[in-house]
Ligand binder design. Structure first.
Ligand SMILES: [Zn+2]
Ligand SMILES: [Zn+2]
Length: 370
């Protein structure tokens, strides 16, 4: 088998990621100063997607000299790189998570800059506040790296925009036909009904603190004026959203309420890490729910110990993934995250698009954006 991607093993002892690229290079464990003629803007290395002509990485797995970040979720934005480039909308959250003093250059969506011999721009991914696809143009070729993305409504971020390219690197977290999302407004209405039907119990809804929680708060805010009580990790991120001008439901900190506070009939929002933790003890006889794309799979709710599941994801569903790939016009697709083999096979067999799994670059299961 022969792959067109050219690999440059650079001078920092990178080893090749064998999967997908082991075919016609002899590597044999010797180190590594192997230079092939660079014919593509990006290549996969052990530290992540690398642009040799611009000398930068996209969402690198380890600290590097220059990291271009798609978004601020923990499996994409890591500490320790010397310089970062990301969207202006993600700046507050990146500084919150990676450190106030990071060297960060911010770009507007669509603004193009030159990095070495590459042209780079960031385009909306519709995933969370500030999330972007990275477009890299070099050597007469255009690659777009999607990061995480979705096609569904979300009042908390700029909607996804398809970008034409030769090669599209797509995520595939929920790449099975069974994943089919309902409109966000109907999920929010279900949640409101679930909450209001239990006036004698606290209602605890769990969702990822960055992205999911704010999306729910924005939707709930359209339906009620009542406050939502939030875990501290959610509130920190709410501030970043509000400073970007995004309207959320009125919130109050759980920790700020007096001892003996009556939690009956109150809606509380917290990250999944707080579920079944000591933090939960203050709520007597709560009803619990988890808002996640994983709730589409029967058994997941019970296995994770929630009474109720709301199917709400910040990733594209099956149709959204396929629609997006077709809209990019890419003749070649590289698939990361989750069900990459299934999506790659489908694209090849049904649409004749050359598609390959790129391996699990990012650990979605432990990431916080699902
Ligand atoms: Zn991710
Ligand atoms: Zn994410």
């Amino acid at each position: 088998m022969r792959y067109n991607v050219c690999i440059v093993v650079h001078d920092h002892n990178s080893t090749l990621v064998q999967r997908g690229f082991n075919a016609h290079f002899t590597h044999g464990g010797q180190t590594a100063r192997m230079t092939q003629a660079v014919t593509e803007p990006l290549a996969l290395t052990a530290r992540g997607l690398y642009c040799a002509v611009g000398n930068f990485f996209i969402d690198p797995l380890e600290p590097v000299d220059l990291a271009i970040l798609t978004h601020a979720h923990a499996d994409h934005a890591r500490r320790g790189s010397r310089r970062y480039i990301a969207t202006r909308q993600s700046e507050r959250i990146l500084r919150l998570r990676l450190g106030e003093d990071i060297d960060l250059q911010t770009l507007e969506y669509g603004e193009q800059i030159t990095v070495g011999d590459a042209k780079v721009s960031l385009h909306p991914a519709g995933h969370v506040l500030g999330s972007a696809q990275v477009r890299v143009e070099a050597l007469g070729r255009v690659w777009v790296v999607s990061g995480d993305y979705k096609r569904d409504d979300d009042p908390t971020c700029v909607p996804f925009e398809p970008v034409r390219c030769d090669v599209f690197v797509t995520e595939a977290t929920f790449a099975l036909p069974l994943y089919r999302w309902q409109p966000t407004s109907s999920i929010a209405a279900e949640l409101l009904e679930w909450w209001k039907r239990a006036p004698e119990r606290p209602s605890l809804v769990f969702g990822y603190a960055f992205g999911k929680a704010q999306r729910l708060l924005a939707e709930i805010g359209k339906l009620t004026d009542e406050p939502v009580y939030v875990h501290g990790s959610v509130e920190r991120l709410n501030d970043a959203y509000r400073l970007e001008g995004i309207a959320l439901a009125r919130t109050e900190g759980v920790a700020e309420q007096p001892k003996g506070f009556d939690w009956r009939g109150k809606l509380v929002m917290a990250p999944p890490s707080a579920h079944r933790s000591a933090w939960m003890r203050k709520f007597k006889d709560p009803q619990t729910a988890f808002a996640s794309g994983w709730m589409a799979v029967r058994g997941n709710r019970r296995r994770r110990g929630y009474e109720r599941g709301f199917v709400l994801s910040d990733h594209a569903d099956w149709q959204g993934l396929i629609q997006t790939v077709l809209e990019t016009g890419a003749s070649r697709v590289l698939v990361t995250h989750g069900q990459s083999d299934v999506l790659a096979r489908y694209l090849e067999e049904t649409h004749g698009i050359r598609a390959e799994p790129l391996g699990n670059l990012y650990d979605g299961e432990s990431g916080d954006g699902l």
